[in-house]
Write a protein that binds this ligand. Sequence first.
Ligand SMILES: NC(=O)c1ccc[n+]([C@@H]2O[C@H](COP(=O)([O-])OP(=O)(O)OC[C@H]3O[C@@H](n4cnc5c(N)ncnc54)[C@H](O)[C@@H]3O)[C@@H](O)[C@H]2O)c1
Length: 285
Amino acid sequence: MKEFKDKVAVVTGAASGIGRGLAGQCVKEGMKVVIADIEGARLKETEKELKASGAEVLAVKTDVSKYKDVEALAQKTLDTFGEVHLLFNNAGVQAETSSRKPPWEYTLADWEWVMGVNLWGVIHGIKVFVPIMLGQKTECHIVNTASMAGLITEPQLVIYAVTKSSVIKISEAMYLQLQHRKAKLGVSILCPAFVTSDLGNAARNRPKELQNPAETQAEPEQPSLLNKIRKGNWKTLSPEQCAELVFQCIREDTFYILTDPLIDTLMKQRIDNILKRQSPTLPEF
Ligand SMILES: NC(=O)c1ccc[n+]([C@@H]2O[C@H](COP(=O)([O-])OP(=O)(O)OC[C@H]3O[C@@H](n4cnc5c(N)ncnc54)[C@H](O)[C@@H]3O)[C@@H](O)[C@H]2O)c1
């Protein structure tokens, strides 16, 4: 997809961080933008801010883990703008910020919450929007947000990493299937390393029914196995820088969008272990 002016974009998780940056870039490109988020107050703020620049904006409170919400998001988009050309399946959460545990110690509620938003949210997005986009027969593009965590060996952010590697698999299959069908729908997978955002405070949007009992929430944080990753010379992007990179990649039809070359080092370690039939090692520089 190369032309954005007057086209329609939908951004999930648009009230904060990367999603907010993407919505802002959509407006800069002259697009009409539908912003979707579970956090009503911040969504309204974002709507106000984007409208102030003269953009056509529709805000739809949406919980992407609920299929009906995503169906309603698509319907409201079509009712308002008639078409949809660009979808960012971007909403995401992580449960591991206050307690880094081995896989068997996470509660079922932890698994359910993060899988619901990060994995089912993307599944809902593609189930609802791909048929609409294919039916339009116009140039369209979908960007699914994964993470570097989906590409490297990840011993601690395990639920998060499971969801993100699954989103990469889904996106690869989408890309190849759409190419095979010569569809006008492109796909990219965004794998950020570090972008300034409020992801560390994701629990603010955790539904009551998926909260852990108070005593498990109060557990002290386990020592991190991943400190060495932090020692790398990473560049932390602003959401705006990340969004500019994403649009450049959509224009160039780049599938894998990696925000930092250091991810390559960690990916190579994992692939080397697999190719040499060695056991996993902790990622390090
Ligand atoms: N920031 C980073 O360094 C980084 C790195 C790798 C991947 N990511 C991914 O980028 C995406 C955006 O995260 P961010 O870093 O901007 O964090 P963020 O917390 O600033 O933004 C995430 C947004 O998703 C929304 N959200 C949460 N649950 C939702 C739900 N059920 N339905 C709809 N919206 C929901 C939140 O309200 C928030 O506005 C996520 O998928 C995240 O996993 C971020």
